[in-house]
Structures are given as C-alpha cells and as structure tokens.
Design a protein around this ligand. Structure first.
Ligand SMILES: Nc1ncnc2c1ncn2[C@@H]1O[C@H](COP(=O)(O)OP(=O)(O)OC[C@H]2O[C@@H]([n+]3cccc(C(=O)O)c3)[C@H](O)[C@@H]2O)[C@@H](O)[C@H]1O
Ligand SMILES: Nc1ncnc2c1ncn2[C@@H]1O[C@H](COP(=O)(O)OP(=O)(O)OP(=O)(O)O)[C@@H](O)[C@H]1O
Ligand SMILES: NC(=O)CC[C@H](N)C(=O)O
Length: 552
C-alpha cells in the first residue's frame, strides 16, 4: 500500500490577546482533524496570540501566558494527530516567532522564524530575535519543513530544510491582504517548490485586526507548479489535504479549488470584513454614520449593512441651509434601499446658537472657512452624542483621496472610530458603488440589487458647506488627483515623475503640499481597512513637521 499522510488545514480567525479563545479554536480544529483521521493538524503563524499582536508580544506576562497555553494544548491533544501551532517562544533571553509541534503530550519541535519582516505594516525586528537556519521536524512517517511566513519569501530557509531532509513544506502565515497579493504569494511559493523540488502547502489565516485583514486563500502546489488545492478567501475553513508517497516523493492529491474573486470583490469583502471584525472583536454590535446623500457615506452605509445587518446600522441626515433637496432625496432613498433606521436632525438651530455665542469674539471678521467648518463640527458633536447614548460606534467616511489631501474637517467629519473606505481612492469609490449595485454574495448581510441609486454616483461631489460648493473648486478633478496621488503616495514618486506622466508641475506641487500639510490630520484620524501596500498609517510613516517640498 502506498504511503499516505493527511493534514488538517485550519484557516481560522484568531483574536489578538484572547489566548483562551484561540486555544479553544485550536483544540476544536485538532478534534476535527482527529475525527478525520489526520496525521497532523496545522494552524497559522502566531495563532495562540492572534496576529499581528505588535508590542504586546514583548510583554513578558503575555508571552509567558501564551507559552503556558501551548503547553496546555500539548497535554490536552496527546492521543491523536500532531498539532502545529504558531506562538511566541522565549528562551535564553531571546524571544522568537515560533511554530510549535505538539505530539504525545509534549512540545517535540520548535521552528524559529529566521527572516523577520520589517517593512510596510511589520516591525518584527523590533519585537523578535531571528532564529537560526534549521532542519525539518518529524511527524509520523515523514519529515516536514516549515518556513514561517516571511521565511517563505526567501530561498535559504526552505533550501536548508530540504537539504536536511524535509520531504514537503508546510508554510504557516499571517499574511494580510493587499490588492492582487495572491499573485505575489503564488510566485514565491512556486519559486520555493522549483528550488527544492518539494510540494508546498501555504496556510494563511483570516480575519480583521485593526487596519489589516488576513484573507486566507490557503493553497497547495505540487512540484511543477500545479495547483492542488485552494481554500476560500476571507472565510474560516477547515480542510483535509492528502499526500501520497510515490517514486519521486510526496505528491498532494488533487483537492477542491475555491474560486478567486476579482479585485473589486476582494476589496469590497476586505472592507466589509474589517468592519465586521473591528466591531465584533471590540464588542460593538451597532454603528451609525452621517448620511449626506453623497457617494462616500452611501458606500460606507452599504458596507456597514453588509457587515452587521440593517438592524444594526443607523443613518442620520443632518441638513443645513446648504443641503439641497436632491441630497435629502438621495440620502433617504439610500437608507430605504438598505433598510436601515434613518434619522433626520437639522443643524440650523444649533448652528445659530453657536454663531450667536461666538459673535462677540468674531466681531469685525468676515465669515469664511471657520463658519463652514462649524457645520461639520456640529454634525460630529451630534453624531458622537448619539454614539455615546446608544453605544453605536460612529463611522467616518473620508476616502483615500480626501484623507491624502486633508479634505475633511478635523473634529468635524473626521470624528469617529473606524473608516472602512480610508484606503479607497474616490475614483474607486464610484466604481465600487456600481459593483455593489450589480453584485450580491452570501457573505453580504444587506439586500441584493441597486442599493445606491445612480443619482448618488453621478452627481458632482460637493461638501455642501456653502452655496454651490463643488470639490473641484479647490481640488483637481478626481481622476487627475488620484493619478497624481498614486505617483506621490503609492509609488513614493516626485513632482518630476508627475510631469513625466503628463501632469502640470504646479498642480502636482500643490497636491504634494496638501499631502504634507495634512499629516497632522491623518495622525489624529480613525483607522481603516488596508487595501494596498501603501495605506495611510503603518505603511507610510511621515513626519508631521516637515519642510521638504519637491521641486516643481
Ligand atoms: N500642523 C498642524 N498641527 C496641528 N494643527 C494644525 C496644523 N495645521 C493646521 N492645524 C489646525 O487645523 C485647523 C484647520 O483644519 P480644519 O479645521 O480641518 O480646516 P481646513 O483643513 O482648513 O478645512 C477643511 C477643508 O475640508 C473641506 N471639507 C470639509 C468637510 C468635509 C469635506 C468633505 O468633502 O468630506 C471637505 C472644506 O471645504 C475645507 O476645504 C486649524 O484650526 C489649525 O489650527
Ligand atoms: N447633510 C449631512 N447629513 C449627514 N451627514 C453629513 C451631511 N453632510 C456631511 N455629512 C457627513 O460628513 C461627511 C463629509 O461629507 P461631505 O458632504 O462634506 O463630503 P463628501 O466627502 O463628498 O462625502 P459624501 O460623498 O458622503 O457626501 C459625509 O460623508 C457625512 O458622513
Ligand atoms: N507575517 C509575515 O511574515 C508576513 C510577511 C510576508 N511577506 C507577507 O506579507 O505575506
């Protein structure tokens, strides 16, 4: 009879800091593996602590408690398959990002992460010590190599493990989403398979953690690059994978290939999942937002309904004298189509009271931006009062274009706890609304069909803080602005790069100036779903006080 080996792959959603809860999930996965006759049950990188736990892992009481959970898991999962679980490991004054193999009641092996990622959202050099290059571990009738996440993006770790006897690679990951990252991962894994001649199993976690969303999409490839398995993206799943040993070594038996949605669907899912997990894991059941009749708040409302259900979302229209009838109609229509509670709270009385209160101090000055922004700040105050009173978290609605140039009022419409569209440029906001109107999936809790009517998407964007105001009065049109921002922010390019791409130097210089002078706003802004490798916050850390300006 041919040699065989069965692995239970647990693509699960841990919660950072919930050591008991994560251990309970690990036990349940092990039990499922035992019932399925598995030889090994595999969990993801740092599963016990949740990922990315950042500096929390360095706290001795925390990593010692995590290690105790691993020892308890080993004792509890003695009679059955081996269990492989990511955890911090402290010894000899060092702290490692480890993958622990538990068998027969003991921790029998520990793989220690060698390459510590230290770019974009990762700071692992600050947190962990680098482990040495090492060999594989034994389970049943085979030896397994487990480079840990970033280790799989380099040649040396897999190569050393293969040279010292690994017969296949099982790579545990804590790899967060960015647009089209699946291709990047696949390329790295194919390279590891080609270099070692071994099958590669890439196991990723799912779930939202602050700004990041782990998108799963666990997959397996045989030597030659053929895809033998793909698990769904973003969903928790437990799947068995079978290997058979032939004359050329282990080969993965063909399993199910879950579909890989296009980038529009994955971005939307990422925004929904990030909000659902942010609320679920922080304990908020309900959210609210100001619904203006514009496209940004309409999209945020749709995301909130898809994440939490219409009964858990409150939309509030807070009109001033500059709010048009079209905005009132559009806001109401969106709320109705989504099936949410819709409150109408005019701000004119409150605004008059504030204007009167400030009148003696403002005497002799001309009304301007200050007075305009009072509307936004009053809305922020009223929405936060509702948030406090009813325990509903306030969502902010600034898209990446606005966040980049500071086109929002600090302590006004920037008030709030989470921003699902923070990394989505305005031009993508329009397209995403169209996508949502024509697509529905079973992970959406909202209704199918046209939830954002075309008039919301097609009208010229306006903050409606004064008569006839249009975003284009003070900003380049969004296609131009977004293309310039893509160069300056996402590609870290210069004014000269903008000019080379056909943009006016003076316009590019103005945009760059706006990006730099609004750093203080972003520093005080709500976190939001990361969709790109250059999201505002951890991916791009610029000084607030900065006199550098590119040459125009
Ligand atoms: N470096 C720095 N560090 C700390 N604070 C700094 C600062 N620079 C300015 N400030 C302070 O920030 C304040 C200015 O910022 P802020 O009050 O926000 O006002 P500001 O940025 O001047 O204006 C907000 C802009 O956003 C537009 N807007 C408002 C609301 C919604 C939308 C939308 O489309 O969504 C657009 C509005 O039309 C206007 O162009 C000043 O009071 C100043 O003291
Ligand atoms: N009349 C209003 N009623 C309720 N909320 C409002 C109103 N006006 C603005 N807001 C809130 O402030 C945010 C900033 O909106 P604003 O209209 O100033 O510009 P925007 O960025 O084009 O957003 P939107 O496309 O949602 O209108 C809105 O997304 C909304 O949450
Ligand atoms: N946890 C990690 O090591 C993640 C780094 C890896 N390069 C990724 O983003 O997938």
């Amino acid at each position: 009879m041919a040699d065989s080996f069965r692995i239970t792959l647990a693509q699960l959603n841990p919660v950072v800091g919930d050591l008991e809860g994560n251990a309970a999930k690990a036990r349940a996965a092990w039990q499922a593996g035992k019932e399925a006759g598995a030889d090994l049950v595999a969990l993801t990188e740092m599963f016990i602590t949740g990922y990315n736990a950042q500096d929390l892992v360095m706290k001795p009481s925390f990593h010692l408690a995590a290690m105790d959970q691993v020892r308890a898991l080993a004792a509890d999962c003695a009679g059955g398959p081996a269990l492989a679980v990511g955890a911090p490991w402290a010894e000899d004054g060092k702290l490692y990002n480890a993958y622990c193999i538990l068998k027969d009641g003991k921790i029998t092996s520990r793989m220690l992460k060698h390459h510590l990622p230290n770019d974009t959202v990762f700071d692992e050099v600050r947190i962990f010590d680098a482990g040495p290059l090492g060999g594989p571990y034994s389970v049943g009738n085979t030896r397994v190599g487990s480079p840990i996440c970033e280790d799989g993006w380099f040649e040396d770790v897999a190569e050393t493990q293969a040279e010292t006897g690994a017969e296949f690679l099982l790579i545990p990951n804590g790899s967060p989403y960015y647009r089209n990252k699946m291709d990047v991962r696949l390329n790295h894994m194919v390279a590891r398979s080609v270099e070692t001649g071994l099958p590669v199993i890439y196991l990723n976690m799912v779930g939202g953690q602050d700004d990041q969303v782990f998108d799963g999409g666990t997959f397996a490839i045989n030597p030659g690059g053929a895809l033998a398995l793909r698990m769904p993206v973003f969903d928790e799943a437990i799947t068995q994978i079978d290997l058979e040993r032939g004359p050329d070594g282990w080969r993965i038996q063909q399993g199910e290939i879950a579909p890989l949605p296009d980038e529009w669907e994955q971005d939307y899912r990422c925004m929904v999942q990030s909000l659902r997990d942010y609320c679920g894991k922080t304990g908020f059941g309900k959210v609210l937002l100001g619904l203006s009749g514009g496209v940004d708040s309409a999209l945020v409302a749709a995301i909130a309904v898809d994440a939490l259900g219409a009964q858990n979302v409150r939309c509030v229209m807070l009109p001033s004298e500059y709010t048009s009838q079209a905005s009132l109609d559009d806001a109401e229509a969106v709320a109705k189509a989504l099936g949410v509670r819709y409150d109408y709270v005019p701000i004119s009385e409150g605004r008059a009271a504030i204007t009167n209160t400030l009148a003696p101090l403002f005497e002799g000055t001309e009304p301007g931006l200050t007075e305009e922004n009072i509307q936004s700040r009053l809305r922020g105050l009223l929405l936060m009062a509702l948030s406090n009173k009813f325990g509903e978290m306030l969502l902010t609605t600034g898209n990446k274009s606005e966040v980049a140039v500071g086109y929002a009022t600090i302590y006004g419409d920037m008030a709030g706890g989470y921003n699902p569209i923070k990394d989505l440029y305005k031009t993508r906001v329009f397209e995403t609304c169209r996508w949502r109107n024509t697509n529905h999936r079973n992970w959406m809790m909202g209704p199918a069909g046209e939830v954002i009517r075309p008039s919301v998407i097609d009208k010229p964007p306006s903050a409606e803080l004064r008569d006839d105001q249009k975003d284009s009065d003070s900003l380049p049109d969004y296609p131009e602005l977004d293309a310039i921002l893509d160069i300056l922010v996402d590609r870290d390019g210069s004014i000269a790069d903008c000019v080379a791409a056909g943009f006016d130097a003076e316009t590019a210089g103005r945009v760059e100036h706006l990006v730099y002078i609004s750093e203080y706003k972003r520093f005080q802004s709500a976190p939001g779903a990361r969709l790109t490798p250059r999201a505002f916050w951890l991916d791009r850390r610029y000084p607030i006080l900065n006199r550098w300006r590119g040459r125009t």
